[in-house]
Design a binder for this molecule. Structure first.
Ligand code: SIN
Length: 303
């Protein structure tokens, strides 16, 4: 038996590590590299309703304890991704398709098209802090998030739908519950934490968008807290994301309640083989601590 194998929304994953959607893994070739690096599944860069170039440079800066990015959801638009889809079809691990929109109708339209391509899961990005009109506004209010989920569920057929939540509200748990009630099959928590860096000599924000989304080791406690609280509030599985770079981090996130873990900035810190390294470290810890399966880690820190 493979002790790290887990099921997530009907997909069998060889291990619980998933390339998270975000600043890395923009092209099919990069997703393939994550697969070769040991990922159990991969998530696409968020796919939008039309072509969008994203924000002006600089869009990403490495700070002492994390990455601050404001990419601004660059996307060729869902209809211009023909060749990308052909490449994605060749992937051996499940592909999660992340999508975004500026309206409920955008989400429905993109989801209908993407569902037809039969990804293992559609992830609704209602949590990007880096655009005025497409992002986390959908994730601030439980009723608005529920509207998006309901619209997408009308067109997604048998493809499961997960919702990626923002930590930048005190309503994260309420939003998770509303999404579950609206029919979501999973929760992905969390997207980046809203932040800012200023170049004090230039007396200017470092990023052209001024604010950005903070990820990496510094946000892990925030992500663990969110996942812990969401786990107590919903029945659907959680993909825990935020600052995971080591096997110990992944185990902590799973004990908080995650069924699988997303790794994004970890690729920057440890390279594309981070998935394999995290799995090796998980296996060793599990052997030494009496856990026979990754599945048994989920929620282990709850009373
Ligand atoms: C971005 O494109 O700005 C990053 C993706 C995200 O935060 O969802």
């Amino acid at each position: 038996m493979n002790p790290l194998g887990v099921s997530f929304c009907g997909s069998r994953l060889r291990n619980p590590t998933v390339l998270a959607s975000g600043i890395l893994g923009v092209t099919a070739a990069q997703l393939k590299r994550a697969e070769e690096g040991g990922a159990g599944a991969v998530t696409t860069k968020s796919i939008g309703p039309e072509e969008r170039s994203g924000n002006r440079n600089p869009t990403c800066v490495a700070l002492p304890h994390g990455l601050l990015n404001a990419m601004g959801l660059p996307s060729p638009g869902y209809e211009a991704m023909g060749e990308e889809w052909r490449q994605l079809k060749k992937m051996k691990v499940p592909v999660f398709a992340s999508i975004y929109g500026a309206s409920v109708d955008d989400f429905r339209r993109v989801a209908a098209y993407v569902a037809d391509k039969k990804p293992a899961l559609i992830e609704l990005n209602i949590s990007c802090p880096n655009t005025a009109e497409h992002g986390q506004a959908f994730g601030f209010e439980p009723s608005v998030a529920a509207d998006v989920v309901e619209a997408v569920k009308e067109v997604s057929g048998r493809v499961p739908v997960s919702v990626k939540l923002t930590p930048n509200t005190h309503k994260t748990v309420a939003v998770a519950k509303a999404c579950e009630e609206a029919g979501a099959d999973a929760i992905c928590a969390i997207n980046t934490v809203s932040g800012m860096a200023i170049n004090i000599e230039a007396r200017k924000p470092v990023l052209s968008f001024k604010k950005g989304g903070y990820s990496g080791p510094a946000v892990k406690p925030i992500a663990v807290r969110c996942v812990y609280e969401i786990y107590e509030a919903v029945e659907i599985p959680i993909l825990g994301v935020g600052g995971i770079t080591t096997g110990r981090d992944a185990i902590e996130m799973m004990q908080a309640g995650a069924s699988a873990v997303g790794i994004g900035s970890g690729v920057y810190y440890r390279g594309p083989n981070v998935f394999r390294l995290v799995c090796d470290e998980m296996r060793e810890w599990m052997r030494g601590n009496g856990f026979a399966s990754a599945k048994s880690l989920t929620g282990a820190a709850h009373d």
